[in-house]
Ligand binder design. Structure first.
Ligand code: PLP
Length: 372
């Protein structure tokens, strides 16, 4: 199979990730609950995972790295910490349901969406600044659109927010492991990311980098301050109730080590080249509409397209019959589709990892040529 659905979850993982998950299941118990061998090993593994992430994402001390179940979990903690009923929230028009649904659950929110068109970072920044200047308690910006691969100018957004004193939440679900992501460099309140996409960890893992005040989302045992009725007031315990996904963290640690060895620059160049190859090939086919911004330097390893007269689901099924895995439809981001003008049918999406090759893109394009 040619797997081109890496924006959902990377399927091919470094072998060390798989080995670490198995070893953790065989040799580790709950961390922070005892000094016997299997508990101590688990504690050391979680700490090593936090340290590796803190170094890669410039998050300060390892305690600022909270282990979550996925990016959605981290975003829920971040928004629960910052957003109160009645607040004014500015967000990009490219947000995932992992942002818009938690916000929709808060009463009386005044949400302003920055709807600048696709692949126009200049227009995006102008509009973001304008919306912030109307007053905001919180801002949210995805780093890379999971629908179009559009790299938003998050560094400049962070600067706009910092100068106005507005706390910023960054959704790095599609950028972590591919582009530079920095908690301290951006001065963000939170950066949330999955462990199971570009970090090559197992499903059921994620990271929340915390740069500001936090509010627990889950309450329960932490193995610390057990006599106290309230959750501990220190990180990461304050945001990590219950038993950890230790095998997941062990695998994620190996994913982070793999990234350090391979280098983000290499991965980014590789994915951008694959996107350019796919976009150029698709653009030559009759009836294919491609959403591409790589020529302007603002697209990473995700690409959306449509075939005239065919539902995206039909295209994805036809590709699957040829052994090519892609995703079709609304990609859990109806807001991004509305902003990009694809809210009616959605799109077909191909998304790459460091394990994809130009030969695989060729085979995908040959199959698409037959369908077109
Ligand atoms: N945000 C974006 C931009 C995403 O692409 C995704 C997943 O596709 C998420 C959030 C949610 O990630 P997770 O499935 O790890 O909760």
């Amino acid at each position: 199979m040619i797997y081109l659905d890496n924006a959902a979850t990377t399927l091919q993982k470094p072998p060390a990730v798989r080995r670490a998950v198995g070893q953790a299941m065989a040799t580790m118990t709950s961390p922070g609950r005892g000094t016997y061998g299997p508990a101590a090993r688990a504690s050391r593994t979680l700490l090593a995972c936090r340290e590796a992430a803190a170094a890669l994402f410039q998050a300060g001390p390892p305690e600022n790295v909270v282990l979550t179940f996925n990016a959605t979990h981290g975003l829920n903690i971040a928004l629960n910490s910052l957003v109160k009923p009645g607040d004014r929230v500015v967000l990009s028009g490219y947000e995932h349901n992992a942002v818009t649904r938690p916000l929709a659950a808060v009463p009386d929110l005044r949400v302003r969406v920055v709807r600048a068109p696709l692949f126009r970072p200049d227009r995006f920044l102008e509009d973001f600044a304008r919306q912030l200047d109307r007053g905001a308690e919180v801002a949210v910006c995805t780093h890379v659109s999971n629908v179009y691969g559009y790299v938003l100018p998050v560094e400049e957004v962070a600067d706009l927010c910092r100068r106005r004193g507005v706390p910023l939440v960054v959704d790095a679900a599609q950028s972590a492991g591919v582009l530079p992501v920095t908690l301290s460099g951006w001065g963000a309140a939170f950066v949330a990311m999955p462990g199971h996409k570009g970090l090559y960890g197992p499903q059921g893992t994620g990271l929340l980098l915390c740069g500001g005040e936090t509010q627990p989302l889950l309450y329960g045992g932490t193995g610390s301050q057990s006599r106290q009725r309230e959750m501990p007031d220190f990180l990461p315990d304050r945001l990590e109730a219950g038993t950890h996904n230790v095998p997941g963290a062990a695998g994620l640690l190996e994913g982070l080590r793999f990234l350090r060895r391979r280098g983000l620059g290499t991965i980014q160049r590789q994915e951008t080249a694959l996107v350019a190859q796919a976009a150029q090939g698709l653009a030559r086919l009759p009836g294919v509409q491609v959403f591409s911004g790589w020529q302007r330097g603002c697209q990473s390893g995700v690409l959306s397209f449509r075939l005239a007269g065919r539902d995206p689901g039909w295209v994805a099924d036809a590709l699957a019959q040829g052994g090519i895995a892609v995703r079709a439809g609304l990609h859990c981001a109806p807001l991004a589709h509305a902003t990009g003008g694809t809210g009616d049918t959605g799109t077909v999406r191909v998304s790459f990892s460091t394990f994809n090759t130009p030969g695989e893109v060729d085979r995908f394009l040959k199959r698409m040529a037959r369908l077109a």
